[in-house]
Each structure stands twice: as C-alpha cells, then as structure tokens.
Write a protein that binds this ligand. Structure first.
Ligand code: ADP
Ligand code: ASP
Ligand code: MG
Length: 412
C-alpha cells in the first residue's frame, strides 16, 4: 500500500470536534487506498502552558526534565486521535516517540532525529492496521531519556517519517491554507504561493516564519520529500495548499519572494571588552556551551584596546546568556564593564533566491524603513536574505512596508 503522512498542528487538534474533523480527512485518504501515518501536535496552547509551568518551577531548568514535561501534550492528542479513528471503524493505534522508537541525539529541547526504525509500524500495517498515530515533537535519546525537537518540532517528526517510510507525500495541515509571501496575520495583502523553493522556505523558516520548522524543510530537501502545507479547516484536494519543491519546478521569479519576522529577540552588548586575539572565542564558546542560539554579531571599532561586542539571541535565553557571561568573567576568561540589554527588539527579514543575481535589494529595504521612520539597530546579510533588528513596536509596520516596497501582493 502507498503510504501518506498527514500532520495536524495544535489548532487543528485544539478540541474533540477538531480532532474529529482531522480524523475525517484521514478517513478520506484511507478510502483512497493509503496506509496513513498521522503525526499530531499538542492541543493549541498546551505546550506553552507546559513550558510556563517548567519556568515557574525552575527558571534555569534541567533540560531533561523540561523535555519530560513539555512532550506530554502530544501524548494526549495521539491517544485521542487513535480513539476517534477507532470510533469511525478505522483500525488505528497510537505511538509515543519512544515506542516507535524515534531515536534522537541527547541535545535536550533541540534534539536531532538519528533514526526511525520501521519494523514496529510496518508489522502493524501488515496485520491490517490502517492508521499509525504518532505523537510529534518527541523522541528518545541513547541514554533512554525523553527528548523534544524544538518548538514547532512536529513538522520535523512528520517529514522524518515521510522520509523513513518513503511516503508518497507529507501533508502539513494547519490553520492557514498554504504558505504566503508573509504571515497572513500581519497583512491582508499577503499572497498565497502555489509553490515555493526549498531554499527560500528554509530561509523564511529559519528567520521566523513558523508555518514550518526549519529542520523539517532541511530534511525534506535532503530526502526529496514532497512537502505540502494546507488547511485543516477547509475542503482540500490534491491541488490544495502550497507545495515546497525544487527551484526548477517554479515559474514565478521575483527578486524578493517573502518577508519573515521573529518577534521575541534580544540585543545584548558587552561594553568595553579587551580587543585581543581570542576574545570572540572567549565570549561565544561559553554562550554556545550554555545552549544560547546567538544570531547576529557586531563588533565595534576599538578604541584604546577596548571594544563593544553586540549579539542577538531569543529573548527567553537572556537570563542564561547573562549567567554564562558573568561566569566567564568570574573565571577570568573575559572582562567587560557592563552587559547592556535591549529586550524590546525584533528581527525582520526579506528573502529571495533572486537576490543572488540582483543588486539594490538592501538599499530598497533601508529606504522603505526610512520612509516609516524606523531605526535599524543591527543588519546582517547572506546570499539570499537581508535581516534587520528594529524596535519590536514597529514590527507589523516594517513587515507591511517591506511587503509593499517589493510588490509582493502581485504575482511576478
Ligand atoms: P501549527 O500549530 O499548525 O503547527 P503554526 O502556528 O506553527 O501552526 O504555524 C502556522 C502559522 O504560521 C500561521 O497561523 C501563520 O500565522 C504563521 N505564518 C508565519 N509566516 C507564514 C507564511 N509565510 N505563510 C503562512 N503562514 C505563516
Ligand atoms: N507542540 C509543540 C510546540 O508547540 C510541537 C509542535 O506543535 O510542532 O512547539
Ligand atoms: Mg507549527
């Protein structure tokens, strides 16, 4: 039997009615002749609640216990989905990550998938089971501890299963009907794309477009998984949604194809650090060991042998970053006057593979922000993206201004 992977995100399984609605979509695919692997997220809001409980209990928590707690939301929806399917006379059962077993690295809260042995699920399909419901987002480490794959990780579970089981397609059902030029919740002018290139989606995801987790796009690209995003609330068919595919399959060619944002960023500046060989390593090694996802880095021009070093990271990692820097100072590895914090910033980025061969994108972006009187705090660029750090209160305005400036509401 051909295999199809169907993933339902948090809002798609937010209550029992929605689980029933998702199960109807599964039934349709079973009727079409597929064996289906369903990946479920926790009910919407559940994971946030669990993360909140962990933070309230232990602000600098043990990441293994964090994973034990926050993975639990998916266990509930997996069981409920299997029960719902059984009530519809569809042979189904649930699996938690460790039961598969979905084997991961031991990088707790950001674990990478190492292996998904097929034997258990294949055997059940051979015995007549039609649907395997798997709890997304979670796995088991070599040490036998429960791990999670990072926020939004159920997307990655889904793509990894599609690759492991050579599925015909991986359908990501969510609360929007496809991938847009920017988050449709920020501007009504956002335009749905029929197709998007892996490279562009990878960049948009890594810059904050949470419609797909970055790692899921990486895996789909590497293992050539046909990946589609579509609505769980509308009638859908083979042609619905947005397909993530190779650049060659796409007719549309705009210089900039999308705008992404990451709302909760922080800018930290170590004031007056000694400007000497090895200082960057002395700062960023302990930050990396503390699990801080450092993003942008700027070093000021030095004066009198001292300089300022600025970096950005997610706002919820500021406490850990501060601790790592104070400890490095206490060990005598670095010296600084003060760690200045700006926790009210966000990152806005424009992305497009056309940038490889077109100049002037940066200038156009900066002009558009200037026209709205938005001050840029940090800039970073790569081959196919330009990002700026700005005050969070201007985020929506900046996204709208850039969407307009690059004419993204119109097809190429
Ligand atoms: P799920 O719970 O189904 O995994 P997510 O909330 O993780 O859903 O992702 C879907 C959301 O991603 C949408 O509701 C939308 O607000 C947001 N989003 C951000 N950027 C985009 C984009 N470019 N296209 C579509 N949705 C986007
Ligand atoms: N429930 C997890 C989260 O909210 C995983 C997911 O939904 O993809 O991040
Ligand atoms: Mg998601």
């Amino acid at each position: 039997m051909p295999i199809l992977v169907m993933k339902f995100g948090g809002t798609s399984v937010a209550d029992l009615d929605r689980i029933r609605n998702a199960a109807q979509k599964v039934r349709r695919e079973v009727d079409r002749g597929y064996d289906v692997i369903v990946i479920v997220s926790a009910m919407s809001g559940k994971t946030n609640e669990l993360v909140g409980w962990v933070n309230q209990t232990s602000p600098l928590f043990d990441a293994r216990e964090y994973d034990a707690v926050v993975s639990s939301g998916e266990n509930v929806t997996a069981g409920l989905m299997a029960l719902t399917l059984q009530e519809m006379d569809i042979p189904a059962r649930s699996w938690q990550g460790w039961q598969v077993p979905l084997k991961t690295s031991s990088a707790h809260s950001a674990a990478r998938i190492l292996d998904i042995p097929r034997a258990n699920i294949d055997q059940k399909f051979a015995e007549g089971m039609k649907v395997a419901v798997v709890a997304g987002f979670q796995g088991i480490s070599e040490e036998g501890r429960i791990t999670t794959l990072g926020r939004g990780g159920s997307d990655t579970t889904a793509v990894a299963f599609a690759a492991a089981f050579a599925a015909e397609r991986c359908d990501i059902y969510t609360d929007v009907d496809g991938i847009y030029t920017t988050d449709p919740r920020i501007t009504k002018k956002a335009r749905k794309l029929e197709k998007i290139a892996f490279e562009e989606m990878l960049e948009l995801a890594s810059l904050g477009a949470k419609v797909l987790q970055t790692r899921s796009v990486e895996l789909a690209m590497r293992y050539k998984v046909r990946l589609r995003v579509l609505s769980s609330f509308e009638e859908t068919d083979e042609a619905s949604g947005t397909l993530v595919c190779d650049e060659e399959e796409i007719m549309e060619s705009k210089v900039v194809s999308g705008v992404a944002y990451s709302r909760d960023e922080a800018k930290l500046t170590l004031l007056s650090v000694a400007d000497r060989p090895g200082i960057a390593a002395a700062i960023f090694t302990p930050l990396s060991q503390a699990g801080i996802n450092v993003d942008m880095i700027v070093q000021n021009v030095s004066a009198d042998g001292r300089t300022d070093m600025t970096f950005s990271c997610p706002v919820d990692q500021v406490l850990r970053a501060e601790k790592a820097m104070n400890e490095a100072r206490a060990r005598g590895e670095i010296n600084f006057d003060e760690l200045a914090q700006d926790t009210e910033v966000c990152k806005v980025s424009v992305v497009g593979i056309g940038m490889r061969s077109h100049a002037g994108v940066a200038a156009k972006m900066f002009e558009a922000l200037k026209a709205e009187n938005i001050n840029i705090k940090v800039i970073s660029t790569s081959e196919i993206k330009i990002s700026v750090l700005i005050d969070r209160k201007y985020m929506e305005l900046a996204v709208q201004a850039l969407h307009d400036a690059f004419g993204l509401d119109k097809a190429a």
